[in-house]
Design a protein around this ligand. Sequence first.
Ligand code: ZN
Length: 131
Amino acid sequence: MSVPRYWREIRYRYRLIGERCADCGALFFPRRGACPQCGSKNLEECKLSERGTVASWTVIRNPPRDYGKYSPYVVALVELDDGVRVLSQVVDVEPDEMKTGMRVEATFRRVKEDGSSGLIEYGYKFRPIIG
Ligand code: ZN
């Protein structure tokens, strides 16, 4: 029985799935088809940690027009608990509440809606871990 393509793609949208190099052990994201450390193509899928720490961050005050209703917003470099770094928007936080070292978790939500086709794009973002 084959897995429908739709469900295969949903997996990647709703989970942080990176790759692990079977030769040197490097773990990386996003998936890119060859190991960035040794060039090996002997890779396996690896679900990444969905929690991490803010390594650095910035406030975007002039976003592209499509994202205008979210302006301004925070973009952070998040170091996941397994060591992989991911660049992501941080939601549910005011810019003046942001701190380097803040604990965050991945959340999967709507990024953009295409009014004519009704197509909704989902993606990962991060939000502070409360408590
Ligand atoms: Zn490698």
